[in-house]
Structure formats: structure tokens, C-alpha cells
Write a protein that binds this ligand. Structure first.
Ligand code: XMP
Length: 226
């Protein structure tokens, strides 16, 4: 399953770019969700996002601002994201429970927004600080009712760790394609979704790229079941 990272290049109109890509891949059986990140929202605000998310209909709609603030501020941001049409948001878990994650989780629960915690990242520097605390962060977020976790496709040992600690949470894994992981590697390690951006959005034919990636995912899972 694929969550499509819609990261418009700086020189483009983000709304047109996202809607054009989405129109080419919408309805593909492997497409489970879309993710929009900080660069385009910083550049152009949130208003353009609404029409893109309307096009995404019942797909998972993830805001990837990697929030890391005190609870009261994260609640304001979450409220704005929900008003724009997002139904899930990515937060950094390292801010801790009291006065931060607990307040965000309370708000999210009462407004039906899914929270997803970053507990390991795809770049090598993740080992320096974040990965040293992955297990504690997963436990804290689980106890607060988080829906899912981000763990990197580039280091499947981290996905396996999160899956072991959180058997029924959702795991979303970035790092496929442009960052080097092969489609299917993260799914084999226990992830539910592979987050894929440039390998699809910058391909000459995004639908064909999605077909190819979905087929590689299918083969990887099939070899696991043999
Ligand atoms: P590409 O184009 O590399 O896009 O397929 C990947 C997307 O995923 C985001 N990204 C991450 N998000 N933790 C996250 O929460 C990570 O470790 C991570 N690595 C990449 C990136 O912003 C892009 O949208």
C-alpha cells in the first residue's frame, strides 16, 4: 500500500501540481493516502490544500508538519489542519508526554484526527538522538492512543522494532525509491504503508510508476508468504 507524498517543486503552483498528479493516480488500488508537507504550506499557506484534499476523497489525508511544540500550540495547528481537510497529522514524539503529546492526543481524540508519531527517521543522523529513544517513544504514544508511527524504509530493523512494540498500530515508512529503499522492503518488515514521493511524482508517467511500485510490493509480500 502506498501513501503518496505530494511535495510540489518550489517553482510550481502547488494546487495545480498536486491535483494534476493526483488525477493521474487516483483510484489505483495500491493508493491508500496522500501526504502534504511543510515546504508547500510554508510557501503558500493552507487555503490551496483544501481543493487537493477534496480530490483525495476517502483516501487517508496526512499533514506532515512534524509538529514539535508545547500542547497548546500543537492543538491550534491541529485545529487548522483539520479545518483544511486533513484527517491525520505527523508529530515528533521526542517532545514528551506531559504538556505536549498528552494535550495533542486529547484534542485529536475528541475531533477524530489520527495522530502519527515520528519515532525514527530515514536519514543517518536519526541514530544520533532519536533512535536511542524509539522504544520509550512508542510506548508513550501507544498509551496516549496514537493511531500510527513513522519508521524508515531505509532501516528495516527500526520497523521491526516498532512492529514488535506496537502490534496493532499502523506503521508508515518513508524512504522508498529516491532515498534508496526498494518497494516492498518496509512492508516485509511489518509496515502497513510505504510513503513514496519523487519516485512517482517526478516520473514521466506517475500511474505507470505506481503500477511498477505496487507490483514490486506485491512480489515482496508474496515471497514472504512462501
Ligand atoms: P521521497 O520523495 O523521498 O519523499 O519519496 C519522502 C517523503 O517522506 C518524508 N520523509 C519523512 N517523513 N520521517 C518522516 O516523517 C522520515 O524519516 C522521513 N523521511 C522522509 C519527506 O518529507 C517526503 O515528503
Amino acid at each position: 500500500m502506498i501513501v503518496l507524498a505530494l511535495d510540489p517543486p518550489p517553482s510550481t503552483d502547488p494546487e495545480r501540481w498536486c491535483r494534476s498528479i493526483l488525477s493521474r493516480v487516483f483510484g489505483h488500488p495500491a493508493l491508500a493516502g496522500v501526504k502534504i508537507g511543510l515546504p508547500a504550506i510554508v510557501a503558500r499557506g493552507l487555503s490551496w490544500v483544501q481543493s487537493v484534499l477534496r480530490d483525495a476523497r476517502d483516501l487517508l489525508k496526512v499533514a506532515d508538519l512534524k509538529l514539535a511544540d508545547v500542547g497548546a500550540i500543537m492543538r491550534i495547528v491541529l485545529e487548522n489542519l483539520a479545518s483544511a481537510g486533513f484527517d491525520a497529522a505527523i508529530l515528533h514524539a521526542f517532545v514528551g508526554r506531559e504538556g505536549a503529546l498528552d494535550e495533542a492526543a486529547d484534542w485529536a481524540k475528541s475531533h477524530g484526527v489520527k495522530l502519527i508519531a515520528v519515532v525514527s527517521m530515514s536519514h543517518p543522523g536519526s541514530r544520533q538522538f532519536i533512535d536511542r529513544h524509539t522504544s520509550e517513544m512508542v510506548e508513550t504514544c501507544l498509551s496516549l492512543g496514537f493511531w500510527g508511527f513513522v519508521a524508515p524504509a531505509t532501516r528495516v530493523d527500526m520497523i521491526k522494532l516498532v512492529r514488535k512494540l506496537a502490534p496493532s498500530a499502523k506503521i508508515l515508512s518513508p524512504g522508498v525509491g529516491a532515498q534508496g529503499a526498494r518497494p516492498g522492503d518496509a512492508l516485509r518488515a511489518g509496515a502497513d504503508y510505504e510513503i513514496v514521493g519523487r519516485a512517482i511524482t517526478r516520473a514521466p508517467d506517475p500511474r505507470e510508476a505506481m503500477n511498477r511500485i505496487a507490483e514490486e510490493q506485491r512480489r515482496a509480500l508474496e515471497s514472504l508468504n512462501r
